[in-house]
Design a protein around this ligand. Structure first.
Ligand code: SF4
Length: 691
């Protein structure tokens, strides 16, 4: 788009780990980006960017940005580096690769990509995968985020990443925001909700914390963390008591109803109240609203499933619209993820056929443990990009010890000298979103977007894909797929023959910036059938039985939170959860002074009753500890959190904490119930005032 010969408007999209995937337009004058705004034409994100990203151009021009390849010159972790050339950097990396492959095999190399960029070409989904396949390195099992809930969704609906179209919340009469703080983590979903509200919708939030969203809702229920499945069953119990189950939908579109009905009947409101800590009258009242509120739209937040029963919780909540029949209505159903609707040609992008044999998958949430293990082949090279595991992976003390291993060769592609980068042997400077090409899907709507570079990369920064192309060349690899351009890879990804992408081409995306997937509007995906083997919503799942789970949807207690009268519960009496920070996106922006100022010092939210019994006053320094580790924070004494629960937000960098440990120092690296997901919200601690 061009206005005059000096001013250009460039389409792009936000690459960050957020369901909204906002489309944006960069104004470039005389080659300089002078403004960034949301694309007003985008039907879902409609022209606004959130507080974190609105100043992205300044972020990209930060004086602290990495601009050259660097080699570490001080001890690991100290952050002392000296500038080297790209040739020197890539020669050294290639030499290390060759040595390690010859000595231990390629599985001694562990490439770790995180959600720092959700770009399909430059980020977590695609970058580097072809190179790792050709070399036959270990694979990264990305277990930090949505995986347990994905499994739970899949067991009920048949696909891990599908649900109701979020745009259709505007038709909902009852909206349940279940563990979802939209105003901090997906602000554009709030718009259809406001629209529904104008037409009389009632908005309920379910969250152990009175978040910004909870404060803005019509009603807030604060159950104990990790008890959501019991609440869901209690609510369905009320629906049955009211005789409001949709018998026709159940008969035609579900399987296993009799067994599930008996399971529901085990969870009377009073039993659900005992488990959740909610008044049973609240469960009855919300159950009655659910019984009458056609259609009801439920948003399940990602954090809800980060505990020992998280997969089952998402599975069971996804059953609710099967009981009420809401899956048949626009504005009815459950939304957890939308990525399953995109129909992209992953095989063409990844080229897993290039891998000589199946190699081991290493669990990212156990990064520390695995780095410290002596199992062969020992991880000798860690290659990290779009990720800051020192800040974001559980069991942080182990992670830092692992990164400090002197015999570990560590390469980090980054924008800033993160805590992880400080442990690197070689740091490589990557482009930011306004400087490279990328294709983006969303996990919170049905639009695909193209990101065109608005400006040239600063100094010696390179797109992550270009770094991999150059490294392949240094390694002397002949496979042509390793050298394909970003546009070629995007075209291959779009060329899937899936009906959702009918008519969507790179050329059209370049012209418009975004396109809606080729689905009808309104899109009611499970009106007639579900993508399960049975074609029906599965209250009872044969696949679960085969995987060794209880096949009937139900309630799985957490590992630590639900313990009572145990040694652990006495020793560590408070349940610690780690919600998203309003000003950071995971660990991104946590180093930016403007966002740091707005966010203030690291705090621990603690209920007045819990504070009083520990002689803690607001503003006191506290130590939060368990057997895994500890961190320091300032007490924020408030009834925004329920008694027995404390909260400290995620995302901050270890260096900003006394003794260099964040909330993740206390988080275990054990598995959730499904998919090996991380359990950030399943964590018992003790809290003491620091004298
Ligand atoms: S972080 Fe989310 S809300 Fe903010 S600009 Fe990016 S996609 Fe939009």
């Amino acid at each position: 788009m061009t206005l005059d010969s000096e001013t250009r408007y460039i389409h792009g999209a936000c690459p960050l780990d957020c369901p909204d995937t906002c489309s944006w337009i960069v104004t470039v004058k005389k080659g300089e980006p002078i403004a960034l705004r949301g694309d007003p034409e985008h039907p879902f994100t409609r022209g606004s960017l959130c507080n974190k990203v609105v100043d992205y151009l300044t972020y990209a021009r930060s004086p602290h940005r990495l601009l050259y390849p660097m080699r570490r010159i001080g001890p690991k972790g100290c952050g002392e580096f000296s500038r080297i050339s790209w040739d020197e950097a890539l020669d050294e990396i290639a030499e290390r690769f060759r040595d390690v492959i010859a000595r231990d095999g390629a599985e001694a190399i562990w490439p770790i990509a995180g959600s720092g960029s959700m770009g399909l070409i430059q980020g977590i989904y695609g970058a580097g995968r072809r190179l790792w396949n050709v070399l036959g390195t270990s694979r990264n099992d990305y277990t930090l985020c949505t995986i347990a809930g994905g499994f739970g969704t899949g067991y009920t609906l048949g696909d891990n990443k599908v649900g109701m179209d979020p745009e259709l919340f505007r038709f909902s009469k009852l909206i349940v925001l279940w563990g979802a703080n939209l105003l901090s983590t997906e602000p554009h979903l709030w718009r259809p909700i406001l629209e529904a509200r104008k037409h009389g919708a009632f908005v309920v939030t379910i969250d152990p914390i009175r978040t910004r969203t909870a404060a803005a809702a019509d009603w807030h229920l604060a159950p104990k963390p990790g008890t959501d499945a019991a609440l869901a069953l209690g609510l369905m119990h009320v629906v049955l008591t009211q005789g409001k189950e949709d018998r026709q939908f159940i008969a035609e579109h579900t399987i296993g109803w009799e067994k599930f009905r008996l399971r529901i009947l085990e969870f009377s409101p009073s039993r659900a109240a005992t488990i959740t800590g909610l008044p049973s009258q609240d469960i009855i009242d919300l159950g009655k609203r659910l019984a009458e509120g056609r259609p009801t739209g439920i948003r399940i937040g990602i954090g809800l499933q980060r505990h020992g029963g998280g997969g089952m919780a998402v599975r069971t909540i996804s059953c609710i619209p099967g009981v009420t029949g809401d899956w048949r209505y626009p504005g009815g159903g459950v939304f957890y993820d939308t990525r399953g609707f995109f129909g992209l040609n992953w095989n063409a992008l990844w080229r897993d056929d290039l891998r000589p044999r199946q190699t081991r998958a290493l669990d990212m949430k156990r990064l520390g443990k695995i780095l410290l293990e002596t199992d062969k082949p020992l991880v000798s090279i860690l290659f990290v990009y779009a990720s800051n595991p020192a800040a974001s992976v559980p069991n942080q003390n182990q992670v830092l010890r692992g990164l400090a291993r002197n015999d570990l060769f560590n390469v980090v592609i980054e924008h800033f000298l993160t805590d992880t980068a400080c442990y690197a042997d070689i740091v490589l400077p990557a482009t930011m979103q306004t400087e490279h090409r990328d294709l983006l899907m969303a996990y919170g709507h049905l639009y695909i977007a193209w990101n065109e570079p608005a400006v040239s990369p600063p100094f010696e920064c390179l797109p992550t894909t270009e770094i991999f192309r150059r490294l392949a060349r240094k390694l002397g690899l002949n496979e042509p797929a390793l050298y394909e351009s970003d546009e070629t890879m995007a075209t291959q990804l779009l060329d899937s023959r899936h009906p959702s992408l009918d008519g969507i081409t790179l050329e059209k995306l370049k012209a418009q910036g975004w396109m809606r997937l080729n689905y009808p509007s309104p899109f009611v995906p499970f009106e007639r059938s579900f993508p399960t083997a049975s074609g029906k919503l599965e209250f009872v799942s044969e696949r679960m039985a085969q995987a060794g789970f209880d096949p009937v949807a139900g309630y799985t207690p957490t590992h630590e939170m639900s313990q009572q009268d145990t040694f652990l519960a006495h020793e560590y009496p408070l349940a610690l959860i780690t919600p998203a920070n309003h000003y950071f996106l995971n660990s991104i922006f946590a180093n930016i002074p403007r966002q740091q100022q707005r966010a203030g010092v690291p705090t621990l939210l603690i209920h007045p009753d819990d504070a009083e019994s520990r002689q803690i006053a607001g503003g006191d320094e506290v130590r939060v500890a368990n057997a895994r580790g500890s961190f320091f924070a300032v007490a924020d004494v408030s009834d925004r959190v329920r008694p027995g629960v404390v909260a400290s937000s995620k995302g901050r960098w270890p260096r900003d904490f006394k003794q260099g440990a964040t909330v993740n120092a206390t988080v275990d690296d054990r598995d959730s119930d499904m998919g090996g997901g991380a359990v950030y919200h399943d964590n018992r601690v003790r809290v003491d005032k620091v004298e």
